[in-house]
Design a protein around this ligand. Structure first.
Ligand code: UD1
Ligand code: CA
Length: 493
């Protein structure tokens, strides 16, 4: 007995009707991971010899998902015989040889159960009563305020567990019991296999109940014990979307607490949402309204928010991202982003750089110390170091059919409202004049000017817009005298 079970069997064949969803229940997500993903992560932390998932309802979708997240898991199909006992029997039948040692059973729709709790269950199970070897069954139980619907844990006068009775099969005295069966167990494999061969379906639902195994092994003289938990969240399943949101919020609360304990400042835990796979360093600050998703990593001292969503992003030490949205972007140490910018996949902002307000970037590698401060689109571009991109510049990367690349060198000054039309290279140290449409390469050190020559038509307003406030203002500016303005005359009407 090593604490490593022979198998963990995760039950996921049920229909999940109350979700009212085309998506299989166990594929719904909280904390950026499917319910089944949470169950498999806890199960896999025990490093069992075999990880088995029992499927049936929407089988192909569930199996495909398992293939993606746990390719080594054994997918076992439950046949048409219903019930949790049948499900486990089908799961064990899918193994190459009958298991020996400990078999753990969990559910695919109980996402807050931790690997630590499962490890404790296995430890208590394998310790048994101390001398007589492992128990036959150890069941994780919980005392709940409202046990309606759950199986009840039955104990004898001495307090030993004698069995489990389902709510619908229970008499009033049994229904008064508030200790419920979580549905999570550690079994002795040989005793489980033997008992599964003997369970019937003589119950209100006509199903083969796994819970009947407890009574059978107990009657055979085996030790049946309970491990009560006080953390009710860990044994709560998702049956509908209300529970999905409730458990999602509790998972998030736990994640945020853990990060605060490890040195992250979170100003408003209630509006801070973290996926399970984000990584936050010490002295990161998260301001209100932040979502960090899909493996986002934040380095020491960086500040995110308020009101920022980052998905699959990396933020370097001391950087800040304010009121912005990023996906698949990297912001290196000391850089500043926002407010109100959109960093799309392939964005890399080099150290000590800036992406300011109302900027969109995509597939854009921006060098160390370079700045894109205002109102700009940068797509499919490489920008060197120490370069400044003037306000309202557009990297015109798309001709309606093809996307092309633009390279801007080091220490370039792109004037405001420049259109850089791809494909294009702007050499090191070059300038572009404000308002230019640049369509051909600019050599290093050159000034590129590409705009119409200005022409002033003297006296045009007096001739073509007489009697307007503009004409009055122009007249006052040229004669130096104040006259009664047309505006005042209009206002008086
Ligand atoms: C089951 C337990 C009950 C316990 C409760 C905890 C039995 C007979 N009852 O009841 O004592 O208090 O869980 O939540 O075990 N499943 C299959 N195949 C099936 C039936 C179910 O894989 O044929 C899976 C479901 O997908 C689900 C889990 O087993 O993940 C539990 O099934 P469910 O029908 O919800 O069991 P309960 O009736 O709630
Ligand atoms: Ca049921």
């Amino acid at each position: 007995m090593s604490g490593q079970p022979a198998a963990v069997v995760v039950l996921a064949a049920g229909e999940g009707k109350r979700m009212r969803s085309r998506t299989p229940k166990v594929l719904h997500r909280i904390g950026g991971r499917s319910l089944l993903g949470h169950a498999l992560a806890a199960a896999a932390s025990l490093t069992p010899d075999h990880l088995v998932v029992v499927v049936r309802h929407q089988r192909d979708q569930v199996a495909e998902h398992i293939g993606q997240i746990a390719p080594k898991a054994v997918i076992a199909d439950q046949d048409e015989v219903p019930g949790t006992g049948r499900a486990v029997a089908c799961g064990l039948k899918a193994l190459p040889v009958p298991p020996t040692g400990t078999v753990v059973v969990t559910y695919g729709d109980v996402p807050l159960l931790t690997g630590d709790t499962l490890a404790e269950l296995v430890r208590v199970h394998e310790a048994g009563m101390g001398d007589g070897g492992p128990a036959a069954v150890t069941v994780l139980t919980a005392e709940v305020p409202d046990p309606a619907g759950y199986g009840r844990v039955l104990r004898d006068a001495a307090g030993s567990v004698t069995g489990i009775v389902e709510h619908r099969d229970a008499d009033p005295a049994q229904r008064a019991v508030r200790e419920i069966n979580s549905g999570i167990y550690a079994f002795d494999a040989a005793l489980l296999l033997d008992a599964l061969g003997r369970i019937g379906s003589a119950n209100d639902q006509g199903e083969m109940y796994l819970t009947d195994v407890l009574g059978i092994v107990r009657a055979d003289g085996g030790l049946v014990q309970a491990l009560p938990t006080t953390d009710l969240w860990q044994v709560e399943g998702v049956n509908d979307r209300v529970q999905l949101a409730t458990l999602g919020a509790e998972l998030n609360r736990r994640l945020v607490l853990d990060w605060m304990r490890s040195g992250v400042t979170v100003i408003d835990p209630a509006t801070t949402w973290l996926d399970v796979d984000v990584r936050l360093a010490e002295d990161v600050t998260l301001l209100p309204g932040v979502q960090l998703l899909a493996g986002t990593e934040v380095a020491p001292g960086a500040s995110i928010g308020p009101d920022t969503t980052l998905s699959g992003c990396q933020v370097g030490a001391g950087a800040s991202v304010v009121r912005s949205h990023g996906s698949g972007a990297r912001v290196e140490a000391g850089s500043k982003v926002g407010p109100f910018s959109y960093l799309r996949p392939g964005t890399v902002l080099g150290a000590d750089g800036k992406i300011g307000a109302f900027v969109e970037t995509k597939n854009a590698v921006i060098g160390v110390g370079s700045k894109v401060p205002h109102l700009t689109y940068v797509g499919d571009a490489t920008i060197g170091t120490g370069t400044n991109i003037g306000a309202a510049t557009i990297f015109v990367n798309y001709d309606g059919v093809h996307k092309d690349h633009i390279t801007v060198g080091d220490h370039v000054r792109i004037g405001s409202d420049t259109m850089l039309v791809a494909p294009l290279t702007v050499g090191d140290g070059a300038y572009t004049a404000a308002g230019s449409v640049i369509t051909t390469d600019v050599p290093a050190g050159a000034l590129a000017v590409a705009r119409g020559q200005q022409r002033n038509v003297e006296g045009w307003v007096a001739r073509r817009r007489p009697g307007t406030s503009s004409a009055d203002a122009a007249a006052a500016a040229t004669t130096g005298t104040e006259t009664t303005t047309a505006t005042e005359a209009t206002a008086a009407n």
